[in-house]
Design a protein around this ligand. Structure first.
Ligand code: GAR
Length: 209
């Protein structure tokens, strides 16, 4: 009897990697039936690369090219080739701060997930926790969504609400949102790996979070 191949995750990040660590811990605890095939960063000294190496996962820096907010064509081709070579089933953006487009999204259509630190469609883009604080909302949170050609516009898979406190600073609010992220993201990736999530139009069903 043949053993089914594991569901392979390719993780992209630009920062300290706390979402990645939460995912790795959930994998180690047997809560996500998947394997980390590759971790890639556009930032050479990103914490996410050190965290991946410390856990023995393949980890690579790939230079992003000449733009600030996206990958240039050559870099995008290198990211795509690395993930294809690693036979990745699902691309997990864990604090990856560049826009993906073109061939990359065509190849991985419907198979790229992102976590965003607000309740989308409110506050897309950068420093979403600060946007929420500046606007004065009383509740914000985090959203896991599929990535499409827009910025933080793809179908929503799951959300978690986080209260905004009167004495919050951008740092305290972001930290509280990140606590929610570290619970929500591994749970959604587990549901995806088990094939429990069904995307219907703009939303998804099947996540019991
Ligand atoms: C997370 O809060 C994530 O939601 C945010 O970057 C942080 C990465 O933290 N992502 C975005 O803003 C994407 N637009 P981490 O490196 O500790 O996981």
């Amino acid at each position: 009897m043949s053993v089914p191949a594991p569901f392979r995750l390719g993780i992209l990040g630009s920062g300290k990697g706390s979402n990645f660590v939460a995912i790795a811990d959930a994998l180690a605890a047997g809560q996500i039936p998947a394997a980390v095939a590759l971790v890639v960063s556009d930032v050479p000294d990103a914490g996410i690369l050190a965290a991946a190496q410390a856990r023995g996962f393949p980890a690579r820096h790939i230079p992003p090219g000449r733009f600030r907010t996206k990958l240039d064509e050559e870099a995008e081709a290198s990211f795509l080739a690395a993930l294809q070579e690693a036979q990745v089933d699902l691309v997990v953006l864990a604090g990856f701060m560049r826009i993906l487009k073109g061939d990359f999204l065509r190849h991985f259509e419907g198979r790229v997930v992102n976590i965003h630190p607000s309740l989308l469609p409110s506050f897309p883009g950068l420093a979403a926790w600060k946007q929420a604080l500046d606007y004065g909302v009383k509740v914000t949170g985090c959203t896991v969504h599929l990535v499409d050609q827009g910025i933080d516009t793809g179908p929503i898979l799951a959300q978690r609400a986080v209260p905004v406190r009167d004495d919050d600073t951008p740092a305290t609010l972001h930290e509280r949102i990140q606590v929610a992220e570290r619970e929500l993201y591994p749970a959604v990736i587990g549901a995806l790996a088990r094939g429990e999530l069904r995307v219907r139009g703009r939303g998804a069903a099947g996540f019991q979070g």
